[in-house]
Design a protein around this ligand. Structure first.
Ligand code: NAP
Length: 406
């Protein structure tokens, strides 16, 4: 049965209201299917997309991530210093500068975005510093999500042996440094960036629980975790969020992760919701990606290799066709597809371009009839993407189970 709660105020982590408990009790008594519970909860407090057959999928309202409530489309802030002085780059081929990044975040909040995602590792440190500066005076309007979990030297930002580190004393140090960089007194969602195979997740969750008790953190999340690790973590400190890659280009979460979120009442945040620009029309059959001076991550991603790109363009073509049909842009269509999958899914598209940011928010207004969604899902499922989604050294960190607690 779904245990997704009804919405609380933005950034709030209050207990579920009485209506929610009544709904859950009624659902348990009647043994209703999870989709019906979602649909009832939707009708009760949120016009977000229901999953009932024949129901028009309307994505415009606020969405729940566990006990939090956010605008349906967030903003990813993953930037690092470029090779040239003063330049800030993303993981692909876009670049801007720090003032432009700050303006972009402030415009996003002004236009209604409430979920801002970043991480210690993005830069390292630079993205959190930019977010902290941008949110001065508007901090209370957003749900601020950041991540720990890599072994990063706090002084130099150098990756220590490239590994992960979720040891409790390290988490505490990282969070104190994050609060300083983000210029805030609390992190709304603290996410373990990748599971540390050497540290029991009970110890990680227990540490986050202590940080919540101290008022430094409000909610807990995991990124790309193993399924048993999710259950073990959730038993110690309930998770508000799982953040995994999910888009029409990578549908891996559909098999097991989304059902687990449904079961446990955990919200789902999609990273790379535009397939790293591919679904937005930014990649062509003959696109090639730079290794220098600023590396484009797609240069080392098997699914963007020259041998497979021509075949994979079938998906980009499908998105174009449906975007025309829905009078939307390819980026909007791709984000709206994610929103239509479950009412507790929130994509966090990344961009360096203010016009793209505004365009992406328009996805929240696009809805599908049940028949349209059936057709589109079937067409997406019929396309087999060639090439792995990640280089092996990165892929190996996904779906990891934490060390057992002895
Ligand atoms: N948890 C994790 O491990 C993890 C991993 C990766 C990312 N993330 C998070 O997820 C966020 C988003 O992922 P992502 O940046 O990797 O991929 P993405 O959002 O799928 O794609 C970003 C790319 O799409 C382009 N784009 C955005 N909007 C567009 C539009 N309307 N039209 C045309 N192009 C558009 C951007 O270029 P422009 O700059 O030109 O718009 C950029 O090249 C990140 O910022 C980060 O916060 C988390």
């Amino acid at each position: 049965m779904s245990t997704h709660p009804t919405p609380a105020r933005t950034g709030d982590d209050h207990l579920p209201p009485p209506q929610r408990r009544q709904l859950l009790r009624a659902a348990a008594t009647l043994g209703v299917a999870p989709w019906l519970l979602s649909a009832c909860a939707t009708a009760a407090g949120d016009a977000a997309a229901g999953t009932a057959p024949h129901r028009t999928q309307a994505a415009g309202a606020r969405r729940r991530l566990g006990p939090l409530e956010v605008f349906p489309v967030g903003l990813g802030c993953q930037w690092r210093p470029g090779a040239a002085p003063g330049v800030v780059v993303d993981s692909y081929s876009s670049r801007f500068d720090r003032p432009a990044a700050i303006r972009l975040i402030r415009q996003a909040v002004d236009q209604g975005v409430t979920l801002i995602d970043t991480a210690e590792a993005y830069g390292p440190f630079l993205s959190e510093e930019i977010v902290g500066e941008a949110l001065q005076g508007i901090r209370d309007q957003v749900v601020l999500e950041t991540k720990f979990g890599f072994d990063i030297d706090p002084g130099t930002g150098a990756r220590q042996s490239g590994g992960r580190n979720s040891r409790p004393e390290h988490i505490r140090q990282v969070v104190d440094a994050q609060l300083r960089r983000l210029r805030t007194d609390r992190i709304d969602v603290l996410i373990q960036h990748r599971v540390d195979p050497d540290v029991p997740i009970e110890d990680v969750a227990g540490t986050v629980r202590e940080l919540i008790g101290a008022g430094k953190v409000r909610q807990f999340g995991l990124s790309e975790p193993g399924l048993q690790t999710v259950r073990r973590a959730h038993a110690v400190q309930p998770l508000a969020v799982i953040q995994n890659e999910y888009s029409m280009l990578w549908r891996g979460p559909e098999a097991q992760v989304l059902p687990l979120c449904e079961e446990l009442g955990i919200g789902f945040v999609c990273w790379s919701p535009l397939g790293q620009g591919f679904l937005a029309g930014g990649v062509k059959a003959d696109s090639r990606f730079a290794m220098a001076p600023d590396m484009d991550f797609r240069a080392i991603s098997p699914r963007f290799a020259p041998e497979v790109l021509p075949a994979n363009m079938a998906l980009a073509d499908l998105v174009q066709t449906w975007a025309r049909r829905k009078n939307a842009t390819p980026a909007q269509l791709s984000l709206a597809w994610l929103l239509a999958q479950r009412p507790w899914i929130v994509p966090i598209p990344g961009t360096t371009n203010a016009a793209h940011m505004t365009e992406n928010l328009g996805a929240a207004a696009i809805s599908f009839t049940a028949e349209e969604l059936r057709q589109l899902n079937a067409a997406v499922a019929a396309i087999r993407i060639q090439g792995d989604r990640l280089p092996p050294a990165v892929a190996v960190m996904s779906g990891v189970e934490a060390a057992p607690k002895r």
